[in-house]
Write a protein that binds this ligand. Structure first.
Ligand code: PLP
Length: 407
């Protein structure tokens, strides 16, 4: 079936909005994607027709809500090809997933051991490990990039492993550079050294097929709101053998088998890690986002986005003077980060907004990478399933209008 972007756009009411009297060109998909009507309707349906707490009631509403939540869990399992739904933990997002692993799995890592991260990580995949390191006297080692091209130094990565290494964590796709890291090879290398790996999949899950069994990662985390789903919902995949060994992250209702003041026993997976009332309305609605992606085909979405990225990047390089690109790796996702001369990215972003174009500016929660590249931040355009070639041209035309203001 042909990729009909106009038909896709019809599902997104927000794309009909005007900003300052101009049609919205939404290129901030790396931060969050827009939401198709079917997902919004599922949220409304959850509140209007099915609002009852999950896993606690015998009554019809509670069973319906529970069924919908557990249906999403099975769809997520299939989306990433996990072995079982016991390995799918619902969280609030990527950030919470990493905090859960750093806190719970982290408590099992030997004191004085070492963790390997990369310089291109989002703060969500740095700070939880720093907190753990401080608590337990661990050391963090950092893999470098080759420079503005944004390719991880694989030789250095391998050289960081030694008998003290206890964990490695890195992103599948960089949220600044767009680099698609060779995670399968990196995981295989870590495993040969007996080291488990967490992959931050926040920027991969909306754009490419994920197969956690093929990757053989120990943990994989991502967020619903970046993949056309509702906010406040995320997924942590963990290998059952680790999840079974890990202590609970939070205590409370839902995560217990039996509570007594003499001692408490915990629920089986995945509920051991889902304390309290989850966002069951949002989780149910994520199912619709997965259907949306499934109907289009994740490969088709990815190839559409890569084509837009390639086109826009080429135009930026060929038609403008003074544009510096950050992230030109051969394997690259749907993100373009750039600077115009020495102009602060914030100023470019503000003027683009006046032209109806939404881009992100700043350090993108990747300050160590900005320091490494010696820049304050970038202007970042990220593409989604519904973006068009025409929008790329509108973005380029807007840049052509505003850049002369900076001299
Ligand atoms: N990791 C990466 C690579 C990201 O791009 C983001 C968000 O931009 C996150 C983690 C954090 O995601 P969330 O804020 O949904 O928890």
């Amino acid at each position: 079936m042909a990729y009909d972007v106009e038909k896709i756009r019809e599902e997104f009411p927000i794309l009909r909005r005007q900003i300052g009297g101009r049609p919205l060109v939404y290129l901030d998909n790396t931060a969050t994607s827009q939401t198709p009507e079917r997902v919004v309707r599922a949220v409304v349906d959850g509140y209007e027709q099915r609002k009852a707490n999950v896993h606690r009631g015998v009554h019809t509403l509670s069973q319906e809500a529970t069924d919908r939540q557990e249906e999403t869990r099975r769809k997520v399992r299939d989306y990433i090809n996990a072995a079982s739904e016991q390995e799918i933990i619902f969280t609030r997002g990527t950030t919470e997933g990493i905090n859960l692993v750093a806190s719970s799995f982290g408590s099992l890592l030997p004191e004085g051991s070492e963790i390997i991260l990369t310089v291109m990580e989002h703060h969500a995949n740095i700070v939880p490990w720093q907190l753990l390191a401080e608590r337990r006297g661990l050391t963090i080692k950092v893999v470098d990039v080759d420079g503005p091209q944004g390719v991880l130094n694989q030789e250095q990565y391998r050289s960081l492993f030694n008998e003290k290494t206890s964990m490695a964590a890195f992103c599948h796709v960089s949220n600044v550079l767009g680099t698609v890291n060779p995670v399968k090879e990196m995981i295989a290398y870590a495993h040969r050294a007996g080291v488990p790996v967490l992959v931050d999949g926040a920027q991969a899950s909306p754009h490419m097929a994920i197969d956690v069994r093929d990757l053989d990662c120990d943990f994989y985390v991502f967020s619903s709101h970046k993949m056309y789903g509702p906010t406040g919902v995320g997924v942590l995949y963990g290998k059952e053998k680790w999840l079974e060994k890990m202590p609970p992250y939070q205590g409370g209702g839902e995560m217990i088998k039996h509570v007594a003041f003499s001692g408490t026993t915990f629920a089986d997976l995945p509920f051991k890690f889902e304390a309290g009332t989850p966002d069951f309305v949002g989780i149910a609605a994520l199912s619709q986002a997965l259907d949306f992606i499934g109907e289009l085909g994740i490969e088709a979405i990815g190839s559409h986005e890569r084509e837009l990225t390639r086109y826009t990047q080429e135009r930026l390089l060929n038609d403008f003077e003074g544009i510096r690109l950050f992230g030109t790796a051969p394997e690259k996702g749907a993100v373009i980060s750039f600077l115009y001369k020495d102009v602060h990215p914030y100023d470019v972003g503000l003027l683009l907004d006046k032209m109806g174009v939404a881009v992100r500016t700043g350090h993108h929660c990747a300050q160590p990478l900005m320091d490494r590249l010696g820049i304050p931040g970038t202007v970042r355009a990220g593409f989604g399933a519904y973006n068009t070639r025409e929008e790329c041209d509108m973005f380029l035309a807007a840049l052509r209008r505003i850049l002369p203001f900076f001299g």
